[in-house]
Ligand binder design. Structure first.
Ligand SMILES: *Cc1c(COP(=O)(O)O)cnc(C)c1O
Length: 400
């Protein structure tokens, strides 16, 4: 057992030199309270059973581990399995985390839920569980994103959430997170903040990882049933990094399992044109509560980012990814917008599965590298979400 891989974070939320709690004084006590309550909840069998119940009966777990037979044959390389998170209620892995956090909020006696959202997927998953548990819900969203993702705005409103437009700065995800934090400071007595990825201050990166790690626990059991051995390689896209660590975590101590995280290469690795934090432009910094790899210039100014997929378009990566990269346990690469679009088309036509553009980055990696991965190898690709939300964008960009 390589314990250092799985016994993080420490009590202060540190993954080696990364993570921590970089927030205003007023948020320290709420974060400590959340940490204490979460630690109690995760040791409580009643809490774990309740979460398992809703994941099964409401969200649709377990998701299939599907052998992509035609993709395997077409690429002529390894045996490819798709972990079908796209089949979950609301269409992506995000519901695993929002269900966990709303049960925690209920336990803590909170009556009101807030969240931030970029593309709207996390906002929809939050509005969904808030509706189901009868809680008030406010979702902060950049004004530019609201325009680009109007369908998800309507979905949230239909679910009874109030979507608040944020007009500061770039009017996208980063500003929406600032606004949600401000709300939380003011209303913390009644309100729980459901953060959407393995980002922000402790305990969020740990808590969101734990809620998402059901993906890998299932996949590990499923591949052992189907193939009677562990896979050779796991592949997932990395925005904040929650679907990736969710798949990888249960395999971290399996030495023979290689893991690859695929970031957004956008239009190529040039300043302002991508969101690949582990490529050129990324360095150690602090953003929105945590210390990690951040896209910033020499003066520490956060750089603009770009990706065809809104869910990968953020300047920081979850601190645990920075840690596991230093230890060389996970390798990171990127796929460009064009490669992701081609992969989305390929997956749709060869398997009848339209993937989210985020997930298509992981498929693009397999398309590019199938030749290098041995024919006898087994690869699991995390299909983090479905592509319904991206169809009009794909139609335009692929000139269908
Ligand atoms: C939000 C989202 C992502 C990116 O978030 P992670 O925290 O990196 O998983 C990836 N895929 C889909 C489908 C998403 O909705």
């Amino acid at each position: 057992m390589q314990k250092h891989l799985t016994n993080v974070p420490d009590k202060g939320g540190h993954f080696g030199p990364y993570g921590g709690m970089f927030v205003p004084e007023t948020l320290m006590e709420p974060l400590h309270e959340l940490t204490r309550e979460y630690e109690k909840a995760r040791r409580d069998k009643k809490f774990r059973d309740e979460l398992a119940y809703y994941l099964r009966e409401y969200a649709g777990r377990p998701t299939p581990l599907y052998f992509a037979e035609r993709m395997t044959r077409e690429l002529g390389g390894p045996k490819i399995y798709l972990k079908r998170e796209d089949l979950l209620h609301t269409g992506a892995h995000k519901i695993n985390n929002t269900l966990g956090q709303i049960l925690l909020a209920k336990r803590m006696g909170k009556k009101r839920i807030i969240a931030e959202t970029g593309a709207g997927q996390h906002g929809v998953a939050t509005a969904t569980v808030a509706a189901m548990f009868g809680m008030d819900c406010v979702v902060y969203m950049g004004a530019v994103d609201m325009e680009r993702q109007s369908l998800n705005v309507y979905r949230m409103q239909l679910l009874g959430a109030e979507v608040r437009a944020v007009h500061a700065g770039q009017k996208t995800l980063k500003e929406a997170i600032n606004e949600a934090m401000r709300d939380w400071v003011t209303n913390v007595r009644t309100t729980h903040y459901i953060l959407g990825s393995v980002l922000g201050a402790h305990p969020y990166p740990m808590m969101v990882r734990d809620f998402q790690s059901v993906i890998g626990r299932e996949a590990r059991r499923q591949i052992l049933e189907k193939e009677e051995r562990l896979p050779d390689e796991l592949v997932a896209c990395v925005g904040g990094g929650s679907n990736a660590i969710g798949l990888f975590h249960a395999f971290l101590n399996d030495k023979g399992v290689r893991m690859v995280g695929v970031e957004a290469g956008g239009e190529g690795i040039r300043a302002g044109k991508h969101a690949a934090r582990f490529q050129k432009g990324g360095s150690l910094g602090v953003l929105q509560g945590t210390r990690t790899f951040v896209l910033q210039d020499d003066d520490g100014q956060i750089m603009l980012t770009h990706s065809v997929s809104a869910g990968l378009d953020y300047a920081a990566v979850g601190p645990e990814h920075s840690y596991l990269r230093d230890l060389k346990r996970i390798e990171y690469t990127y796929a460009t917008d064009d490669e992701a679009l081609e992969a989305a088309k390929f997956c749709s036509r060869i398997e009848g599965i339209i993937p989210a553009l985020e997930s298509a980055h992981a498929v693009a990696y397999v398309m590019k590298n199938a030749g290098k991965i041995g024919k006898d190898a087994i690869v699991i690709v995390n299909l983090s979400g479905r592509g319904d939300k991206d169809v009009s964008q794909m139609a335009r960009l692929l000139k269908l």
